[in-house]
Design a protein around this ligand. Structure first.
Ligand code: SF4
Length: 376
């Protein structure tokens, strides 16, 4: 308990500190940190940086693009090297550090004869509690009494990618599939928390009789049923969602049409596992990766992360970009909707090494890893 409190106090500085440098600058490589300091982009604290950029972009304040870009970079680093890194560490402590596992993506993992529940959003707490709820023997028995074979839980979007990597929970699709999945008629309930919740999901759910729930007080949607999620008694929310999903299963209003497409791949390459994979328990390190970059077999490592966009064909940019990178011997690491796009394209399997250039393919075959690593 004392250690947890000390950790909390130390990491809270990432957000609240107004002077100095955020705690995780201690992880920045020396030369990079030198450059950040030289250009004045080391974040002091996330709240301070956000307040400052809000002020400086107000009418008639900062009018020098270089100066403004510098503050944009400092704010971005407060997010990426600050908030995101803290979130990753705390999630790993609470819910376990991911290790590679075989897991599936796509709508074919919906099951017509099961109560199907989708959790969609960004916060792991809701999902972890839902995993407990769907495995509760009383709720499973209720689902069976309603005529279902069981309860089938799937993820979507970023928190879906997280539990895909951490627990192997199947993923129904990324941001651009969240409306389409409702049209299968098979989704008995969709529970959302924050971010990337499409505006029309309430209307889509009404059309297909799906129960749609918001759970976070910061993200309510007109027309949705709100069941608030509280960290101190999480099951109150998630049990209720499961019960209402069972009700909907009993009274499914229309035909169910599930596209029979299932794509399996390997996910869960955490930083800790990549380190281990390259050297084993006693000599885990990035040295073999660095050596293969130095000797030219691998030309570098690219992070291809993030979102899909309705302005371009579904998944197309992500898939083509990553194919081109691996063909040119660049190892790719992925998170979010982009990871799901590549999983659907089959590049999260070790045999996708045939699409890589000779140098990267040789390293992948030696280690037994895919050329595209899904981090979650
Ligand atoms: S990757 Fe982007 S679009 Fe997809 S869920 Fe995350 S933030 Fe939303």
């Amino acid at each position: 308990m004392e250690i947890a409190k000390d950790l909390y106090e130390e990491l809270e500085r990432t957000y609240t500190q107004v002077e100095g440098e955020i705690p995780f600058v201690s992880r920045v490589p020396e030369k990079t940190l030198e450059t950040w300091r030289k250009y004045g982009v080391v974040p002091r604290g996330a709240m301070r940086e956000i307040m400052e950029i809000m002020h400086r972009t107000h009418m008639g304040v900062d009018q020098d693009y270089e100066n403004l870009v510098r503050q944009c970079s400092r704010t971005a680093l407060a997010d990426g090297w600050g908030g995101s890194m803290v979130a990753t560490e705390i999630s790993d402590i609470l819910f376990g550090t991911p290790k590679p596992l075989v897991a599936g993506v796509n709508m074919g993992f919906l099951k017509e004869d099961h109560v199907n529940i989708i959790v969609h959003g960004h916060e792991p707490n809701l999902f972890e509690s839902m995993i407990d709820s769907v495995n509760d023997p009383d709720l499973v028995a209720k689902a069976k009494e309603a005529g279902a074979q069981g309860i089938n839980l799937l993820g979507m979007c970023c928190s879906g990618a997280e539990v895909l990597s951490r627990h192997g929970v199947p993923h129904a699709g990324n941001f651009m599939s969240t409306e389409a999945v409702i049209a299968t008629g098979a989704v008995d309930a969709m529970a959302v928390d924050v971010q990337c919740i499409k505006q029309a999901l309430v209307q889509m759910s009404e059309c297909y009789g799906t129960k749609f729930f918001t759970t976070n007080p910061r993200a309510k949607i007109e027309g949705a049923q709100h069941i608030e999620f509280h960290e101190h008694h999480p099951r109150e929310c998630t049990d209720k969602v499961v019960e209402l999903a069972i009700e909907r299963f009993k009274n499914r209003p229309g035909r169910v049409v599930i596209p029979q497409r299932r794509d399996l791949g390997v996910h869960g390459f955490s930083h800790e596992y990549i380190n281990y994979m390259l050297g084993g328990t006693f000599r885990g390190s990035y040295t073999p990766l660095n050596e293969n970059i130095i000797n030219g077999r691998i030309r570098g490592v690219a992070g291809v992360v993030g979102c899909t966009n309705p302005r371009v064909k579904q998944d197309w940019v992500h898939v083509e970009l990553v194919k081109e990178l691996i063909k040119n011997n660049v190892l790719v690491v992925q998170t979010g909707c982009s990871q799901i796009a590549l999983a659907k394209a089959g590049l999260m399997k070790p045999d996708a090494a045939v699409l890589a250039g000779d140098g990267l393919a040789e390293v992948c075959e030696t280690v037994g890893m895919p050329p595209v690593l899904g981090c979650g």
